[in-house]
Design a protein around this ligand. Structure first.
Ligand SMILES: Nc1ncnc2c1ncn2[C@@H]1O[C@H](COP(=O)(O)OP(=O)(O)OP(=O)(O)O)[C@@H](O)[C@H]1O
Ligand SMILES: [Mg+2]
Length: 328
């Protein structure tokens, strides 16, 4: 039996294989021929075509804000990823990493897609547990912890212990909102139209919450008035607003969760600090910014984007732990 942890993320699918480690991290993306519905490209190859395809081809993201929006496309993509990491015909057990408070109907969609892709046994666990496990934080009943995972389409916020979630929520806010907002912001400030790949790259290279950070990069786009190609130099300060708006919103909700906690739990949270994960937490200065907003220490794992699937890997390798944290 091959044991996998699968994080079928809005933007990136990550797979951990017990005995091997992380074996896949690829865009959750396909391209589809419009008239026939046929899938032409999968994963990273499909995402590279974003904004560059001919009229006859659509670039599709089968997971939107953490939720499967096309079971057909999600199933085909999952099968493609599985073929890359396990031999055809092998029996597979998989733990799917899902957002905090994931609805039963959403889970059923993942279950159907997983079964159709040939996975024998399917388990689910919520992001907050996996995020801290992936950061080597031991979970116990008596020591509650606080975690925030900021992905592309979903942010999970929770205070929890091995016994379960004490207070938590997920919200449809993440890196994708920032990318869309950056496109509008660059159009307003530089009169330049850019595509979503450029916007994401811009956020990921010069996006920063460090005050007076003066990194910059050259981006290419189309002049809105003349319609001609044009390049501009964009600095961290130029895009701080469309990043901060969403981080502030997340901090506001995290504060609400903290305020709901019983006094004893609150004290433990303050002592233990906050554990951050998710690709967006790569933004320079984010941990310090969040720490200042919430008035508590913030821990950032070495590779925040992989923390959840790493935690999933820990859980699939430990049957007793998996029984405790899996969703029934
Ligand atoms: N260096 C970086 N700086 C800023 N953002 C980054 C960086 N690297 C990745 N990201 C962003 O992180 C997001 C992807 O993170 P992650 O893989 O955790 O999300 P996901 O699991 O696919 O989505 P979700 O959890 O919302 O379903 C994307 O929005 C991506 O642009
Ligand atoms: Mg995620």
């Amino acid at each position: 039996m091959i044991k996998l942890a699968i994080d079928f993320g809005t933007s990136v699918t990550k797979i951990y294989k017990l005995g091997s480690g992380i074996v896949l991290a690829e865009a959750t993306c396909v391209t589809v021929q419009k008239d026939t519905g046929e899938i032409r490209a999968f994963g990273n190859e499909a995402k590279r075509l974003l904004g560059k395809t001919a009229e006859q081809t659509d670039v599709c993201f089968p997971v939107y804000e953490g939720e499967i929006v096309s079971e057909r496309l999600a199933g085909a993509l999952l099968e493609y990823f599985l073929r890359k990491v396990v031999k055809r015909g092998a029996s597979v057990e998989a733990l799917f990493c899902v957002p905090c408070g994931y609805k039963v109907e959403s889970r059923e969609k993942v279950y159907r897609v997983a079964k159709a892709a040939g996975i024998g046994r399917v388990n689910f666990a919520e992001t907050p547990f996996l995020s801290v496990l992936g950061q080597d934080v031991p979970l116990s009943e008596s020591n509650p912890v606080f975690a925030i995972d900021i992905g592309a389409g979903v942010t999970s916020i929770a205070a929890f212990s091995l016994d379960g979630i004490i207070a938590g929520l997920s919200m449809n806010v993440g890196g994708s909102n920032m990318d869309v907002h950056i496109i509008d912001h660059i159009a307003d400030t530089f009169s330049l139209k850019i595509g979503s790949l450029t916007s994401e790259k811009l956020k990921n290279t010069v996006g920063s919450l460090i005050e007076d950070d003066n990194q910059s990069t050259i981006i290419n786009g189309r002049d809105i008035k003349s319609g001609r190609p044009r390049s501009v130099s964009v600095s961290s300060a130029d895009i701080v607003f469309p990043i901060k708006v969403y981080i502030d919103k997340i901090a506001e909700y995290a504060d609400l969760v903290l305020k709901k906690l019983p006094a004893e739990v609150s004290a433990a949270m303050l002592k233990n600090g906050l554990y951050l994960s998710g690709g967006v937490c790569n933004i320079a200065g984010l941990a310090e910014y969040m720490s200042g907003k919430l008035q508590m220490e913030a821990h950032l794992s070495g590779d925040p984007q992989m923390a959840v699937v790493l935690g999933g890997g820990r859980a699939v390798g430990n049957a007793a732990l998996l029984r405790r944290i899996r969703l029934e």
